[in-house]
Design a protein around this ligand. Structure first.
Ligand SMILES: [Cu+2]
Length: 451
């Protein structure tokens, strides 16, 4: 019986034979009889998931108007990258036209302990698909290609130049990809790209002086290799999957028939792939280096760009946060601050900004540098207990309140339910003539008040 079984082809190794093998060894095994599937049942089993998958396409799917920027924990949005003065040179332009976004950011001193330090950060643009291409990118005026290490407490400015590719109305943000932490969004705007998608050109000159069209360059070669590896991998998978799988194989192992599981043909194919694939890769590589002798590899280093001289907490106006309280029913954050004006001018608080939400002191609204969307601004959101300017040399302890429904709609109030209930943000001071601006980064543990 055993020799007879060995001659059986793999296709015939159905559970009933395995059961026979058990009986052969005089083991008392009780095996639940398995229902034999008819063709109809098998067809049904195949069609049902297929139908389910296809039915998704019939659903009326609406365009998403946001992209999860509120999903990140508030303490990450408020205490990592603090964007300000972010501006687009235009928001309506044509296909092929260049547009640039520039702005500044402060890297919070009080970086959350649970968030990895920004040792590799990538400045990017969040777009709904390839609607723009990025042509230039600068940090502190220096062009850069790779990720950079940012220093907590450091100040930076950036500029990104883009070119319109697909016409439409899009919601776009500059943002930072922080390694192991996620995406910290800058302010979002709506861009309108007009024109015809067919007019788009994307030509670059290579180091050999050749002009190539980036939209199609190497496309067929790329598709060829993807298809080749896809077909090879699928064939290898199917080669094994077409045979009895998990349970049947397990039973064969139990029956001491592991030698049956791999046939001489399997071994032959395995050896062919083991030799064929490396030979193919090396041959293709030799052909490529022969055809393109002057190439540079993809760059994977970190760019080193040091922060600017201090813009925030520059040592002229010192602010210490003594207390921060969030009143849930009022949607109001109250800070008790100790301010030391060491400048030679009287100053007033004009704005508090956190996670791209701007709370403005209505008396100083003229000072407000528009950046981002109006919907993220509370024009009268900031009130002070003492509105008189802080005189040069004066030290004052005062209370300011940032009150608006934006705490809730931007899901920043979730802070009080976090294990890290500390807030961070930027406080903007202006002199009497709105000529000079002083920025302080403030931070404090938040105490919630529920009634
Ligand atoms: Cu957005």
């Amino acid at each position: 019986m055993k020799t007879l079984l060995k001659k059986e082809s793999m296709k015939k190794l159905i559970p009933i034979i395995v059961r026979q093998a058990h009986y052969e060894r005089n083991q008392s095994v009780t095996v639940r009889p398995e229902p034999v599937e008819g063709l109809n049942q098998r067809l049904l089993k195949f069609l049902l998931p297929l139908g389910l998958i296809l039915s998704i396409y019939i659903l009326n799917i609406q365009t998403v108007m946001a992209h999860g920027e509120k999903a990140l924990e508030p303490f990450i949005r408020m205490r990592t990258i603090q964007f300000y003065d972010v501006q687009w040179d235009k928001q309506k332009f044509n296909v092929n036209e260049e547009v640039s976004v520039s702005g500044k950011f402060h890297v919070a001193e009080d970086w959350p302990v649970s968030v990895p330090k920004p040792e590799a950060s990538f400045l990017n643009i969040s777009t709904p698909g390839p609607v723009l291409i990025r042509t230039e990118r600068y940090l502190n005026g220096k062009p850069f290609m790779n990720s950079v290490a940012l220093q907590p407490g450091g100040d930076y400015n950036f500029k990104i130049v883009l070119k319109g590719r697909l016409p439409g109305h899009y919601h776009i943000h500059p943002f930072f990809n922080l390694k192991d932490a996620g995406q910290v969004m800058g302010p979002g705007v709506w861009l309108d790209i007009a024109g015809n998608a067919d007019d788009f050109t994307n030509e670059v000159k290579t180091i050999n002086g050749e002009l190539v069209d980036m939209e199609t360059y190497g496309l067929s070669n790329g598709i060829l290799w993807h298809v080749f590896w896809g077909v090879l991998a699928t064939a290898w998978l199917l080669w094994w999957v077409r045979r009895p799988l998990f349970i049947a194989r397990y039973r064969m192992l139990q029956a001491g028939m592991e030698d049956e599981l791999v046939t001489p043909k399997d071994r032959l194919i395995g050896k062919a792939i083991l030799i064929g694939v490396p030979v193919l890769v090396l041959a293709a590589n030799a052909m490529t280096t022969n055809q393109y002798p002057n190439t540079i590899p993809l760059q994977a280093s970190l760019d080193q760009i040091l922060p600017l001289s201090a813009q925030v907490n520059a040592g002229v106006v010192d602010v210490e946060t003594l207390k921060a309280e969030y009143r849930v029913p009022d949607r109001a954050m109250t800070f008790t601050l100790k301010i030391d004006n060491r400048s030679d001018k009287p100053i007033r608080i004009g704005e508090f900004t956190t996670a791209n939400v701007h709370f403005l002191n209505k008396e100083l609204q003229a000072s407000y540098q528009k950046g981002g969307s109006e919907s993220m601004t509370a024009p009268e959101g900031l009130s002070l207990d003492n509105a008189t300017p802080i005189q040069p040399g004066e030290q004052r302890t005062m209370t300011i309140t940032a009150r608006d429904a934006l705490w809730e709609s931007e899901k920043l109030d979730g802070l009080i339910r976090d294990s890290d209930s500390r807030i961070g943000g930027l406080l903007f001071f202006y002199d009497d003539h709105l000529g000079e601006r002083f920025i302080s980064s403030i931070t404090a543990a938040v105490i919630p008040k529920f009634n």
